[in-house]
Design a protein around this ligand. Sequence first.
Ligand code: ADP
Length: 498
Amino acid sequence: MTTAVTKAQPADYETLLRSQSYIDGAWVTHPDGKNFAVINPANGLVITHVPDMGAAEAFQAIESAVRAFPGWRQMLARDRGRILRRWNDLIVAHADSLAMLLSTEQGKPFAEARGEVLSGAASVEWFAEEGQRIYGDTIPTHKADARVIVTKEPVGVVAAITPWNFPSSMITRKVAPALAAGCTVVLKPAEDTPLSALALAVLAEEAGIPAGVFNVVTASLASAPAVGEVLTTHPQVRKVSFTGSTEVGKILMRQSASTVKRLSLELGGNAPFIIFNSADLERAVEGAIGSKFRNAGQTCICANRIYVQDGIYDEFARLFTERVKALKVGAGDQPGVQVGPLINQPAIDKVMQHIVDAQAQGARLLCGGAGHEAGSLFFQPTVLADMTPAMRISREETFGPVAGLFRFHDEAEVIRLANDTAYGLASYFYSRDLGQVFRVAEALEYGMVGINEPLLATASAPFGGVKESGIGREGSHYGIDDFINIKYLLVGGLSVTP
Ligand code: ADP
């Protein structure tokens, strides 16, 4: 018989696999027993059920975060840092089981899942340190008998809403800086992947994060709007940090307006990946494969439009297609697999629609183009050539293993094409012409530019977008600013003479 989990399970797997939400330091079920299934996308089997919480439970979680805030805030930054450091150590120690859980609920290959767990831990490690460096300021005074002092304070209770494509690292990237700054958090993880969030809560509890400081409220797709509404309108939630679609980001932004909350939004992208004639072709092929097919193309920073200059277009298309054909598709727990299943049927439908639309408008299929024999949510890695700006892939995130190749002639043309989108998250280009490197880097209207390098995300660098890709930055020393209020103290009446 097939089971939802096929790989041999490490001893700690069962401890980390939870079927309850985590509110106020307690593992809780829905009061009426309402729950929803978490499915393994590789085989369609139910892994477990988790509570389908609603507005009332979101409210309770917020109240617990409100109660926990004064104590957590008053703790020395160094002591909070020590607890976060323990959380990091526990995540690293349990990386195999966390990765197995992640791969089972999300589909990505085990090695990628492990990489994500460790990169998520790196955020915790980074902010465990960074929380101790939230420095204030003194400003030269404008009055002889006064002093101008700037202090920094945690914003308060933070609501975090996270997506399914990086079920572990998207959480730590928000929760770690929030906790390091002295904020408390209510997290609503994505309905497709709540298990990684709950496993992180198990380890947070073990690390000594006090009750109410970090809460995880699970909810189905149907209940997400009700939970989201409480999180974005409750007057004691001071900040909302969201990663997900631009569409939902706009809803949360509108809702947050009623109480003027601080907002961090990491939204959709439609990344251009530009290869100039001067590029190192092998490196560009390698980079495009990594950028496009990691997580089966389900990342907000993955190449969505691959622009190749005409001098190398045919050669690039040949080399790239050869590599794509060789990618191994299969369940995440199978050895050597590079491309796992997509998350659900709507994801498959969208990929298919993008391919049909491109072909109807003249795109040439170089490989793939259909479902994969590994199962109903698997899709063949696909390459389309002769793409044009009229096609849907040019405007929308495909979020699947489909690479569209566009031919271009000169630098000005490709910059115009690359910027011709409402999005502005990640962009990439390959060039060995130093003047061109700086011209193009400065002309791209994006929050991030990978130059001869496709892997942008790291705990020490600022991740985020411009335009409709969002507001705020995650990671790096900038990442903590989003969880801090600046307070200005004017101390007057100081006697100038003794
Ligand atoms: P994706 O396209 O990656 O599934 P979504 O924006 O739909 O992105 O989902 C990202 C997160 O937002 C998930 O946790 C999801 O449950 C949540 N979500 C979706 N709709 C709403 C809503 N109306 N209010 C609050 N959260 C929502």
